[in-house]
Design a protein around this ligand. Structure first.
Ligand code: BT5
Length: 314
């Protein structure tokens, strides 16, 4: 309801009673509970209140209360940090359980894949999640995370949003979100994963990125409150993670493929060893690899081997 409204929403208690049909006493109790969650603030003695669903600190109170099936989220908020990835790596090394989410208003050294820079000024949504999967593979987690973002932007904000394999979420062909999965391997396989998600929400897009990047604010032409976006993505991710952990990744990859911009297109893939491979995209494998049809053969390619992917045909 508030998602389409501006970042702050004021209404008097009398108005609320009238429009909701809730009695004054009951409403006071509700307001009290929301206040404890930092969702409402009294702005003056007449009991006018203000909803601030853009305040990411609020998420630290709300996340543990999110109804999820697999992940029990808890959150830490930082006004400014190097990278939320660094903090989650530290938590993981100290033995913290999966489900910890670190959120920052601003990152000074946000990073992408292959040491690339991720520009993360105030106003965006920059967060990392600690995972200790038993079954899910890093590549599948990347797929599930970008799918969760795209589904939430489509459903909650009604912005037509697509996926670009392996880790981009795009609106009108421009990148609005990037996903970074960093894995630590131990003796018995993956010890932990740090899943990083960066979404341009209300932040300025620097001039040098404007051709290829956009923000939610630029797309809907108004401020977008970040808390509901964050909560919805984490709730959606919990569902997909559940499927991965139950060895039911086909449900996740099918939904992913349906939103893929490269779907059925001819592409040219630049590999990190400098080689290229061309072919028609015919699917996403259950392990998250992209499958190309090339010279009559089906070739799955893992995201770790890929530097860049170019779409050759419309
Ligand atoms: C990604 O890398 O897309 C992964 C980005 C992950 C960022 C999150 S934020 C929370 C967590 N903490 C971190 O430090 N990182 C994660 P990649 O596919 O390598 O794309 C990087 C490229 O995207 C750069 O080389 C730029 O061209 C472009 N780029 C940089 N900042 C951007 C932005 N804010 N919006 C769109 N594109 C950007």
């Amino acid at each position: 309801m508030y998602i389409a409204r501006s970042r702050e929403y004021s209404v008097s208690v009398d108005e609320l009673c009238r429009s909701t049909g809730i009695g004054r006493e009951q409403l006071h109790k509700l307001v009290h509970r929301l206040r404890n969650l930092n969702l409402l603030y009294f702005t003056n003695s007449q009991l006018r209140c203000r909803l601030d669903l853009d305040n990411l600190r609020v998420a630290t109170d709300l996340l543990p209360k999110l109804r999820t099936e697999v992940l029990r989220y808890r959150a830490l908020y930082f006004e400014r940090t190097t990278s939320t990835q660094d903090i989650v790596h530290k938590l993981a090394r100290c033995g913290f359980e999966e489900g910890y989410v670190v959120i920052a208003e601003e990152q000074l050294r946000g990073r992408g894949r292959w040491g690339r820079t991720w520009i993360s000024p105030k106003g965006g949504l920059w967060f990392s999640v600690l995972l200790r999967p038993k079954v899910a593979l890093p590549q599948q987690i990347s797929i599930a995370a970008s799918l969760s973002v795209a589904e939430v932007l489509n459903d909650l904000l009604k912005i037509p949003t697509y996926l670009k394999w392996p880790n981009d979420v795009v609106i009108q062909g421009k990148k609005v979100c990037g996903v970074l999965v960093e894995s630590k391997y131990g003796k018995y396989g993956v010890e932990y994963i740090v899943l990083g998600i960066g979404i341009n929400v209300n932040n300025e897009i620097p001039q040098e990125l404007r051709e290829h990047a956009t923000s939610l604010r630029d797309e809907v032409r108004q401020q977008v409150p970040r808390v509901p976006v964050l909560l919805s993505i984490l709730k959606q991710f919990d569902q997909h993670y559940k499927h991965l952990e139950m060895n039911r990744s086909s449900e996740v990859v099918t939904r992913y493929y349906n939103l893929l911009i490269e779907q059925s297109h001819k592409v040219r893939i630049e590999l990190i060893n400098g080689e290229h491979i061309e072919g028609k995209v015919i699917g996403i494998d259950i392990d998250g690899s992209i499958v190309l049809s090339t010279e009559g053969k089906e070739v799955p390619i893992q995201s770790e081997l890929v530097r860049k992917i170019h779409v050759l045909t419309e």
